[in-house]
Design a protein around this ligand. Sequence first.
Ligand SMILES: Nc1ncnc2c1ncn2[C@@H]1O[C@H](COP(=O)(O)OP(=O)(O)OP(=O)(O)O)[C@@H](O)[C@H]1O
Ligand SMILES: [Mg+2]
Length: 357
Amino acid sequence: MTATPTSPDADTPVVLRATGLSVVHRTRSGPLHAVSGVDVELRERRTLALVGESGSGKSSIAKALLRLPPPTTGTVTLDGTDLAALSPRALRALRPRMQMVFQDPVSSLNPRRTVRDLVAEPLDAHPDPSVDRTAVVEQQLEAVGLPVALFGDRRPSQLSGGQAQRVAIARALAAEPRVLIADEAVSALDVSAQATVLNLLRRLTEERGLASLFISHDLGVVRAVSDDVAVLHLGRLCEQGPTEEVLAAPAHPYTAALLAAVPEPGRPLGDSGLLPADPPSPLDPPSGCRFRTRCPFADERCASEVPAQREVTPGRTVACHRPLVPTVGEAVGEAVGETVGKAVGEAVGKAVGTTNG
Ligand SMILES: Nc1ncnc2c1ncn2[C@@H]1O[C@H](COP(=O)(O)OP(=O)(O)OP(=O)(O)O)[C@@H](O)[C@H]1O
Ligand SMILES: [Mg+2]
């Protein structure tokens, strides 16, 4: 059973909703379970961060939302319209409403085209005589802090990484999207270019009423850019909720382990002690909870039963039999949770070298 919490942001319209999303890739070694039973909602003027290790299924989710290719199972609705029910023509007409920005800004732009033409691409794809192409290009470039007089005639090779990413964002905006998906969009940038692009994404999400999905493996970046966070491990959502709450007191041991793995001065890289070994293979994921083989707190139930999403607080859920914080309406869990929670807190605290416990 999936908990359906009443979010404090229940008034903010849901733009894109994915329910029961699964992606199974057919490989020579058999079916690869990249994404399994994921529910996500993107709301207007809000940014949801999707975080997880490499191979956890983040890009597979992004592609499934855009039907590039469609998910193996599950439903995706945009402003209430089921994308699977649309004719190919209707889907093509709707596509510009969902824009994606990729990791490598320079190679995501055609090297032969000028900045001006790159930004105009979405307009040229669906020409509308009532739209002033020159004015739109100027406006979108202005919005990302690149004056057309200085940058309009340049080609991607004549831009810095941060500038190229801003051109990619300006191009996405020219299509007047409802949804913006940024897949590791700042990972290739240095810290100051990262800050510029993150601020820009935050501001534009607010100003343009976008519903944004921000994919990253970097919790520092997630903290800076997102309102809400969804934590993914081996294709399953471990927990989701308001970013500040989740990062301040993670409910899932995997989130705690990811936080503990953030490099800190004085601690050797990768020496958090909480994230042992690589994740298991998505070709043969563990039964029950997919994190159990790496989890210091797993018991028999974790092997036999897939944990359902349980409410922690309104708008926040966790899929764990032994969550680190209490969940709503778990009479038995409360008693167990107290002892387990204390032990976990101490273990996390020890490994992180803080006083979490
Ligand atoms: N087209 C494909 N065919 C087969 N397997 C695939 C395909 N695309 C992705 N996978 C596999 O699906 C799993 C999830 O991959 P995905 O690219 O979604 O991960 P990710 O979280 O985006 O990782 P990264 O942080 O490295 O970008 C991985 O095991 C990957 O090898
Ligand atoms: Mg990826």
